[in-house]
Design a binder for this molecule. Structure first.
Ligand code: SF4
Ligand code: SF4
Length: 244
């Protein structure tokens, strides 16, 4: 048996891919397509990559621990996320990338755990997002770089943790862009309800656009307008009548 992915142990996507590579190398070696030396060299390199991914709060030595209270950067861990599945607005205040407001369109990154993940950094061709050399680091916003609002970071975030916020959309409203994974898609001009991180109704929202293209790999990006005071709270959208 050559095992990879979640049957070999539940981790995240990058680890599953490398596990698959190791299983593939082992199968090729077993079938005589790779000699001993080539197998050892390539499998060793893949194992080294795995070791690099298995760092941070989800590292092997931390399994089962319930006493972790801070991220590697010293930010207080969200207890609400662990208990209820979402981070509260108060908890997000500790994370600069999630709480800093700036003029014009900019990313708000509500990513609060040291997971091995960095597609957001690679997706931004304008250098606005930095994870750095340690892949488990929490992404930071690079000040001094200008966000174009392209949405690639939103589309590439597997955790749906990135939103684009534009507090200057018009006199009274802010524009929020988020990944949207429900059908049917809302249409421009449609009215609905903006929801909080907890899924509770917040305020009226108007659909400004729904973008979907090959560049975003089919991920739909929904942009809604909400009253400015809700720009750091509105994180989901429901059609009128779709919320209890
Ligand atoms: S919207 Fe585009 S430019 Fe702005 S941070 Fe995301 S990827 Fe970078
Ligand atoms: S892609 Fe999303 S989940 Fe991954 S590090 Fe970036 S913000 Fe966090």
């Amino acid at each position: 048996l050559f095992a990879a992915g979640d049957v070999a142990g539940i981790e995240e996507a990058s680890s599953a891919m490398i596990g698959g590579r190791i299983a593939g190398l082992a199968a090729a070696h077993r079938a005589g397509y790779l000699d001993d030396a080539a197998f050892q060299t390539q499998a060793e390199a893949a194992r080294a990559s795995l070791t690099q991914l298995r760092q941070g709060m989800f590292a092997k030595e931390n399994r089962g621990r319930t006493d972790l209270t801070e991220t590697e950067e010293g930010y207080e861990l969200s207890q609400n996320l662990l208990a209820k599945g979402y981070v509260t607005e108060e908890e997000l205040q500790a994370f600069p990338a999630a709480s800093e407001k700036r003029g014009g369109v900019h990313p708000v990154i509500e990513c609060t755990q040291n997971i091995p993940c960095n597609p957001c950094q690679d997706a931004c061709k304008f250098g606005c997002i930095m994870v750095g050399r340690q892949i488990t680091s929490i992404p930071q916003i690079e000040h001094g770089k200008r966000c174009t609002g392209c949405g690639m970071c939103v589309a590439s975030c597997s955790g749906q943790a990135i939103f684009l916020v534009d507090d200057d959309y018009d006199e009274t409203r802010a524009a929020i862009t988020m990944a949207y994974e429900f059908l049917p898609y809302p249409e421009k001009g449609q009215k609905g309800t903006a929801l909080s991180r907890a899924g509770r109704p917040l305020c009226e929202a108007e659909v400004l656009s729904l973008r979907k293209s090959a560049a975003t790999d089919g991920t739909a990006l929904l942009t809604i307008a909400v009253p400015k005071e809700f720009s750091m709270q509105a994180r989901a959208f429901a059609f009128d009548g779709g919320v209890d």
